[in-house]
Design a protein around this ligand. Structure first.
Ligand SMILES: Nc1nc2c(ncn2[C@@H]2O[C@H](COP(=O)(O)OP(=O)(O)OP(=O)(O)O)[C@@H](O)[C@H]2O)c(=O)[nH]1
Ligand SMILES: [Mg+2]
Length: 267
């Protein structure tokens, strides 16, 4: 199941309002290079005609080795806190973050999973139904980058092929600078391309890029949710066919159009 219904709440905070399509971190490893919402999505949002999108929770799963900073990244974004002390995640945890995107309410359910081997079987039970998979590694520890392939493989096994946006995120950016940072990022960008992932460097300690990163995640997931909603509606729309029969039209130009971003933008 991709998402579940949730009740409407109070207005979202100002820094969760997204009006323009958030940009990528680097064009060398980006899922989409466009700078605006898809035309059909903007039109649907203007008409407030996005169906149940505003009532659903889109699932985001964060995976990666222990100690890379998954919990810290989520806590920096959702609670604006940073804890220097390490407290291992046991199994899984989640946060719900509410946005308003192009005037439409939208929510992410962000799942924080344990990196420790002994909790892996508990955590992996929660991979299913992810719209976004975030594979995190520590920019100062190349081994954790190497392990992201395996984390991604495990998460994808529980999901339909091509149904998830994939991000590769280098954490603890504050600990690296200059040539060392460039070298680590270059290796990560290379791997991100192999994984068909979008690459970001972040720091939970300073907050660098954290909000921009999650805004990008939310906008890509939102756009996909709206397009899926429109596609569902279009393909179910009855049309009068030859001989005055009512038939379901699968190949209308509108339906074809709304499919295009999936092949371009999604993994
Ligand atoms: N300097 C610095 N330290 C960080 C950053 N992010 C996390 N840390 C530290 O790294 C350690 C591990 O962070 P966690 O967020 O608990 O790591 P985790 O990936 O959730 O670990 P598990 O739950 O065991 O999988 C903690 O001591 C954090 O304070 C960062 O951006 N910069
Ligand atoms: Mg943790």
């Amino acid at each position: 199941m991709r998402s579940s219904l949730m009740p409407l709440g109070p207005p979202v905070s100002r820094d969760r309002i997204i009006d323009t399509f958030p940009k990528w971190y680097t064009p060398d490893a980006s899922l989409q290079l466009k700078e605006h919402f898809h035309g059909q999505v903007s039109a649907a949002c203007e008409r407030r005609n996005t169906g149940t999108v505003g009532l659903k929770l889109s699932k985001v799963v964060v995976v990666g080795d222990l100690y890379v900073g998954k919990t810290s990244l989520i806590h920096r974004f959702c609670k604006n806190i940073f804890d220097r002390d390490y407290k291992a995640t046991i199994g899984v945890d989640f946060e719900i973050e509410r946005f308003e995107i192009a005037g439409i309410p939208y929510s992410l359910q962000i799942w924080d999973t344990a990196g420790q081997e002994k909790f892996k079987c508990i955590a992996s039970a929660y991979y299913r139904g992810a719209q976004v998979i975030i594979t995190a590694f520590d920019l100062t520890d190349v081994q954790t980058l190497e392990h992201t392939r395996q984390w991604l493989e495990d998460a994808l096994r529980e999901n339909e092929v091509g149904s998830c946006f994939i991000f590769l995120v280098g954490t603890k950016k504050d600990l690296l600078s200059g040539a060392a940072c460039e070298q680590a990022e270059a290796e990560a960008v290379h791997l991100a391309n192999e994984m068909q992932a979008e690459y970001w460097s972040v720091s939970a300690k300073t907050g660098e890029n954290v909000k921009a990163f999650f805004s990008r995640v939310a906008a890509l997931a939102f756009e996909q949710s709206v397009l899926q909603e429109l596609e569902k509606r279009n393909s179910a729309r009855p049309q009068v066919g030859d001989g005055n029969l009512i038939r379901m039209e699968e190949n209308s130009p509108e339906t074809q159009d709304s499919k295009r971003p999936f092949s371009l933008g999604c993994c």
